[in-house]
Design a protein around this ligand. Structure first.
Ligand code: NAP
Length: 294
């Protein structure tokens, strides 16, 4: 058993070896939370923990986690169950952009348009993006809901993006289905993700109402994360479940074109992870401010 203070909160942060996830882990730990910092790569994850410990951050332990690998999720679940018997905070931060850089030389710092113009996206990248950003997030929630039930103040924070807003889905019927949270169920959300991937493979994104360029799979995956967040909030009224755009952050995901530091990007997710009881659930935030799903 790992040593933990009585009544100390336990958090898992996914994709925490770098970028916003690493900054979230640091802030939560400095706040008195015991953080299970996870990364898909053992070496990169251990190095991240050492980096935090070297600057005096104590309450952080490492566990390997690839959110697209069910066996890896099960192994983490056993680790948390055996050592803590509960989970208080799940921060689903791990994500990919679903694109590759075509022309790095044209990137301009702080200019998202230069990034949009420099990328390329293939079916394989799109599939990876949906698998990791949506299905990985969902698999993590499903695996940890029983341990979150053991917490007095369960919190789930899904790190989403402004691209997850409904206005980035051009097709009226798809957008209305995602918007109609009272009727939307997880099975239908999965059917929509599968239709997107079929249309992506067959080159029919535009004609079938999907975003057809500039982070198309990313927009669809984050719309699905937002809808799933709302479904979870409805199904688990004792939990506080929210999603958040961290802002335009200088990390590998934006090829360092962002305007905010990782520490600034972590502010919204950390605020939501530490919300007091009775706070709103099923909401979308832009950094630390509530924003609309539209
Ligand atoms: N940066 C922005 O401007 C921005 C804006 C809106 C939303 N976001 C969201 O913020 C979150 C963090 O992104 P970031 O900007 O910090 O990007 P980042 O520096 O590229 O970090 C992404 C993290 O996710 C991990 N990851 C990817 N696939 C994974 C998998 N299958 N299992 C476990 N971990 C995995 C990466 O691990 P590896 O190192 O092994 O690849 C890395 O640790 C993402 O959800 C992103 O969509 C970022």
């Amino acid at each position: 058993m790992l040593k933990m203070e009585n009544r100390q909160r336990i958090a898992i942060v996914t994709g925490a070896n770098k970028g916003i996830g690493l900054a979230i882990s640091r802030k939560l730990s400095e706040n008195g939370t015991l953080v299970v910092l996870t990364a898909r790569d053992e070496v990169r994850g251990q190095a991240a923990v050492k980096k935090l410990q070297d600057v005096g951050v104590k309450d952080v332990v490492f566990h390997q986690l690839d959110i697209s690998d069910p066996a890896s999720i099960t192994s983490l679940k056993e680790f948390v169950k055996i050592n803590f018997g509960k989970l208080d905070i799940l921060v689903n931060n791990a994500g990919v952009g679903g694109v590759e850089l075509r022309s790095p030389t044209t990137l301009i710092e702080g200019d998202s348009e230069s990034l949009f113009a420099a990328i390329n996206e293939t079916y394989e990248m799109s599939k990876d993006c949906i698998d990791i950003n949506y299905y990985g997030t969902k698999a993590m929630c499903e695996a940890f809901i029983p341990l979150l039930h053991q917490s007095k103040s369960p919190r789930i924070v899904n790190v989403s993006a402004t691209f997850g807003k409904l206005r980035f889905i051009p097709g009226d019927s798809i957008r209305k289905e995602l918007q109609n949270i009272d009727n939307l169920v997880e099975e239908r959300l999965e059917e929509l993700m599968e239709s997107f991937l079929v249309d992506c493979k067959e080159g029919r994104l535009k004609e079938n109402g999907w975003p057809d360029r500039t982070f198309s799979a990313y927009k669809v995956s984050k719309n699905a994360v937002n809808a799933y967040t709302r479904i979870l909030a409805k199904n688990y009224p004792k939990f506080i479940v929210n999603c958040v755009c961290p802002g335009f952050v200088k990390t590998d995901l934006t090829y360092n074109t962002g305007t905010l530091t990782a520490e600034e990007g972590a502010k919204g997710p950390v605020m939501l992870a530490l919300l007091p009881d009775g706070s709103p659930s099923g909401q979308f935030y832009n950094q630390t401010e509530p924003t609309s799903f539209e």
